[in-house]
Design a protein around this ligand. Structure first.
Ligand SMILES: [Zn+2]
Length: 142
């Protein structure tokens, strides 16, 4: 996992995690990388790593992409029907699945930034969901 410092066309700075540099390109291409301040998709990387391995670049330009709200609704619906909501237990579940101790499935939930750092150190794949694509979590059973 790589944490990129990003900035949008309006100069807002924010951070997001990606599996690797290609993952950033893929997510950006799919319109999944959004400035949390203004919602702009004109997002660029501020490179922090001293050496980023560049591999073959697939130069594809987004065309015929659905408009943002449609896309956001589609992504939310997809997550709600295909992912298990595990709430604050996300880090434990993701780790258990990664180690094969829990049934392999798609999950979403909340982590603290410490948990996120730990997961990335352990090589557990996970990525933040940008706000507009995050479905309303199911009611917590308190
Ligand atoms: Zn912005």
């Amino acid at each position: 996992m790589i944490r990129y410092a990003l900035y949008c066309a309006d100069g807002h700075e924010f951070e997001a995690w990606f599996r690797n540099s290609e993952d950033f390109d893929v997510q950006k291409e799919r319109g999944l990388v959004e400035c949390p301040s203004c919602g702009s998709f004109e997002v660029s990387k501020q490179l922090m790593a001293p050496s980023v391995r560049t591999s073959r670049k697939t130069d594809t330009t987004a065309s015929g992409a659905p408009d943002f709200e449609t896309l956001a609704r589609q992504v939310q619906a997809h997550i709600r029907s295909n992912f298990d909501y595990v709430g604050e237990n996300f880090a434990n579940e993701a780790r258990a699945i990664h180690k094969g101790e829990a049934a392999e499935r798609l999950i979403y939930g909340e982590t603290t930034s410490e948990e996120r750092e730990q997961l990335s150190e352990e090589g557990v794949p996970c990525a933040p969901l940008p706000e507009p694509f995050t479905p309303t979590p199911p009611k917590k059973a308190n």
